[in-house]
Write a protein that binds this ligand. Sequence first.
Ligand code: HXC
Ligand code: NAP
Length: 265
Amino acid sequence: MGQSVFQKDLFKGKVAFVTGGGSGICLGITRHLMQHGADTAILGRKTERLVQAASDLEASTGNKCAAITCDVRDPKAVETAIAATLERFGRIDFVVNGAAGNFLAPAAQLSYNGFRTVMDIDANGTFNVCRAAFDAYLRDHGGVILNISATLHYGATPMQIHASAAKAAIDSMTRTLAVEWAGLGIRINGIAPGPIDDTEGMSRLAPGDLKDRMIASIPIKRFGTIDEIANLAVFLCSDAASLIHGATIVADGGAWMGMTKSLAG
Ligand code: HXC
Ligand code: NAP
């Protein structure tokens, strides 16, 4: 991360609970939150990678990071993870739902279980975490929830019926929870990244020369960076975003409009 435009101690004393925080975009979000003073808990299924990430984050930021092995598809495991975070840090101010699964598969070849698996991780996982965090802490103390979405479902994305449906469900939850929980001081928003460089997502979805073809259709002619998404997350967690509620903010350099632009010449 280069020099931040945000105050260094913006999140001093705050705690973030980040699913998918052991890798990629959500590792970047976690790093930025910690660089601004927060302690964090990061969740995923791969214990070794989580422990290594937590250790690196602590070393580079000087703040605390708990590595918690948890499958977000399992509500009881999620409740246990929330309880462990509260036990360790005493509070949860920010919940980031980033855990996701994806792969390219045409609908005609996608198995029932393949569709269900992605819906379960992305959509059910997001609900499980929101619900468990609400019960254990947010209902009484307020906080900020950020749901990591995508732009796949704004149009129609072939070979992405599973992820598109899951992210559409997440956007819907962002709006519904924003209405139901606003009175309790809980602010809920989403981030819809476009294609982001150096991520597992793009290594799966933009293999080989597909990347160049995608870039040609993006108005800014490049993929986004993890830091750019993390900066948006910092802003949305901060009080500077106090009026932003129930919104899913697109950060994609105009990518989702790219097809229209390229047809227009
Ligand atoms: C077709 C596939 C498949 C593939 C798995 N399946 N991979 N089908 N093509 N490439 C099917 C399996 O055959 C199985 O169905 C079902 O999906 C479940 O597979 P499992 O391997 O048992 O599932 P699991 O171990 O739970 O792993 C979940 C996973 C895996 C999603 C399949 O890839 C994973 O753990 N992913 C996490 C990391 C990840 O995906 N990161 C990218 C996020 S990027 P059957 O019928 O055989 O039982 C992202 C980008 C969004 O979300 C937008 C970008 C613009
Ligand atoms: P990533 O590194 O693969 O991140 C996904 C994370 O989710 C991993 O850390 C993974 O950890 C965790 N995870 C997956 N299944 C889980 C489960 N059942 N329980 C708990 N954790 C689970 O991919 P990424 O590309 O950075 O994507 C991060 C987020 O951004 C996702 O929500 C993705 O949909 C979104 N996004 C990415 C892009 C992009 O260009 N990359 C674009 C738009 C949206 P474990 O394997 O240890 O479980």
